[in-house]
Design a protein around this ligand. Structure first.
Ligand code: UTP
Length: 232
């Protein structure tokens, strides 16, 4: 069987404006159904995670408990993606694995495994990177709602520049040390995942997942619009 590929889908991708969300899910299902490699998909929490964490925060004061709420939202989103793919006739592993070892085992027998978060203390970026390491993927694709990694946050810094090619340690300079700061807090990529990629020499591809063609190109190993993060 061909080598597995691993794709992290930021939760925001599941909630674009209403007119586009079903078209995006259908296009994703179409793409995955045509993929020749086994595909591990790790889905983020997006708006449901943020809403649920904000609801609980005033009365739940430890990060790990808030993380558990975030994990539940990622698994809800993973269930949506899994059902959409199954409905499109894709061979998806039944159930949402709760750890990367089970997910990697699932990829030995199924075309696709879809999962969300695993345990408190990181985000689904780190889960995807760990799954890529565990199943021997050549790289981990991180599909988010920005086109590239930027030199700084483009939402607050108009002089931020997009980066097409960088090393893992350059990325680490941007995302900071491998610390889980807060439940639901979101930088471009989880610094804990970046550290794992450095430790295991795993290249990353960061791209705008709203454009399915970019995901398709990266999955096929072709050139894609986004940031290529290479091993140092
Ligand atoms: P996400 O993976 O969606 O992280 O998990 P994020 O960075 O906050 O959101 P995006 O990527 O910008 O959409 C949502 C939250 O769930 C908890 C964390 O609190 C995370 O912020 N979580 C998730 C965990 O604690 N462990 C996991 O394995 C996954």
């Amino acid at each position: 069987m061909a080598d597995p590929v691993v794709l992290a889908l930021g939760g925001s991708l599941l909630r674009p404006e209403e007119s586009k969300r079903h078209a995006w899910l259908s296009a994703l299902a179409n793409l995955i159904s045509q993929c020749e490699n086994p595909v591990g998909i790790v889905v983020g929490g997006g708006a449901p995670a943020r809403e649920a964490i904000e609801l609980a925060k005033p009365v739940v004061d430890d990060i790990a408990s808030l993380d558990e709420i975030g994990i539940a939202a990622t698994r809800l989103n993973a269930a949506i993606v899994a059902q959409v793919l199954q409905g499109a006739g894709v061979d998806v592993c039944v159930g949402i694995p709760s750890d990367v070892s089970s997910a990697a085992r699932g990829l030995q027998n199924h075309q696709v495994v879809v999962m969300g978060g695993t345990r408190p203390g990181h985000t689904t970026d780190n889960v995807a990177i760990r799954l890529a390491i565990e199943c021997g993927a050549a790289q981990c694709l991180i599909a988010t709602n920005v086109s590239h990694v930027y030199t700084s946050d483009p939402r607050s810094d108009p002089s931020a520049q997009s980066i097409e090619k960088m090393t893992l340690s350059e990325l680490q300079q941007i995302v900071g040390p491998p610390i889980h700061g807060q439940a639901g807090g979101s930088g471009v990529i989880d610094p804990i995942g970046v550290q794992a990629a450095i430790d295991h020499h795993l290249p990353l591809a960061v791209l705008d997942g709203r454009d399915i063609e970019r995901i398709a190109n990266a999955l096929a190993g072709n050139s894609f619009i986004g940031t290529h993060v290479e091993v140092d």
